[in-house]
Design a binder for this molecule. Structure first.
Ligand code: FAD
Length: 341
């Protein structure tokens, strides 16, 4: 059979990393990315890009841990290479602090991040409103540079990229053998997935180069995540809110909450406000599907619904999706050799 033609719909962190994994596992494929938006206009560009996993209630923990581990290992290698600053990947140390000590002593990812330990009394003195805390070192992606770095690698591997909104996956039938759906929240409309809902997040990107450590309130709502050039201050989690325009009252609230954790932020400058819709689902949809219309078949692989944790697990889910694409190719090759007989 001729080189299989694969279309990846979506150019956020999931679409780009999935396309890259497909090229790595199936170099003779022809891969095209079709996306309504590219960086810097995706949800992935808004994210803080911290590697602190979010838990998907309907995905087994060992699977989530494996996705996180693969992602951490991949990005750790980049952070230790000469590519680190171009790719926007760096290690960052800091604290997760709790007003009430959490029931669960160790999160499932505690042995994947580096140097996870309870905070010392001296460290806790910095947070008089908090009772306990955890100190660790993790990785952070500065999102727009990381997406550009992925795009550069894809172009070098011969992947074509086109700006196009896909209204129905059947539009791609005939031109492509396999469709990979990485449309993020766009999958709500594209495949009519009612289990996929937006969780609106508003963040501030500020200039405060003296803040070097991350601080995350244990409830996950208030956080300070230093990047290479700017710091992300968050945040909000508003279920089923589709509004993309920033809310000035929320901006003030986020800034006040972050300043109460790190008072030196009162001196922050150049405050930019961003909003993104997390593609939330009880579990990531990582699945093969054969669509059928009047006896005609369309092979689809879904990889969407990463909610609040897409950066934390993107490489792991991309590898799994590439494996599913490999299974589709094997099925196509099987049917084309049967046809020859
Ligand atoms: P997107 O980035 O939205 O990409 C979807 C792509 O599909 C886009 O290119 C879009 O244009 C395209 N598309 C959609 N519909 C169509 C269509 N019909 N036809 C063609 N193209 C289409 N995660 C972490 O791990 N760590 C964090 O610190 C973190 N912080 C966050 C902070 C905020 C404020 C927000 C909002 C999210 C955060 N996240 C974080 C979550 C993370 O951003 C998401 O999980 C991740 O970006 C999802 O990536 P995606 O590629 O699926 O979606």
């Amino acid at each position: 059979m001729a080189a299989p033609k694969v279309a990846v719909v979506g150019a956020g962190v999931i679409g780009l990393s999935t396309a890259l994994c497909i090229m790595e596992t199936c170099p003779n494929c022809s891969v095209t990315i079709l996306s309504e938006q590219f960086s810097p206009n995706t949800t992935s560009d808004v994210a803080a890009g911290m590697l602190i996993p979010h838990t998907y209630p309907d995905t087994p923990i060992h699977v989530q841990k494996q996705w996180f581990k693969e992602t951490f290992t991949y990005l750790f290698a980049i952070s230790n290479s000469a590519e680190a600053s171009e790719a926007g990947i760096h290690l960052v140390s800091g604290w997760q602090v709790f007003k009430n000590t959490p029931k669960e002593e160790l999160p499932f990812w505690s042995d994947v991040v580096l140097g996870f330990r309870p905070m010392s009394k001296a460290e806790l003195q910095k947070f008089p409103q908090h009772q306990s805390g955890q100190a660790f070192t993790t990785l952070k992606c500065d999102c727009p540079p990381y997406l550009s770095w992925l795009e550069k690698r894809l172009k070098a591997a011969g992947v074509q990229m086109y700006t196009r909104k896909v209204a129905d996956l059947w539009e791609l039938h005939g031109k492509y053998d396999i469709i990979v759906n990485c449309a993020g929240i766009g999958a709500h409309q594209l495949v009519g997935d009612k289990k996929l809902l937006p969780v609106r997040g508003q963040v501030l990107k500020v200039h405060a180069p003296w803040v070097k450590n991350f601080i995350r309130d244990g409830d996950g709502l208030t956080y300070i995540y230093p990047g290479i050039h700017r710091i992300t201050l968050g945040g909000t989690r508003e279920k089923e809110n589709w509004t993309l325009s920033p809310d000035p009252g929320t901006t003030k609230d986020i800034f006040d909450r972050c300043c109460s954790l790190e008072p030196s932020l009162w001196g922050a400058q150049d405050i930019q406000v961003k909003v993104g819709l997390r593609p939330s689902r009880q579990c990531v949809r990582l699945q093969r599907e054969v669509l059928s219309q009047g006896g005609v078949k369309l092979l689809v692989v879904h990889n969407y619904g990463h909610g609040a944790g897409g950066f934390s697990v993107h490489r792991g889910t991309a590898k799994e999706a590439a494996g599913l694409v490999g299974e589709c190719i094997a099925a196509l090759q099987g049917s084309s050799s049967k046809a020859k007989l």
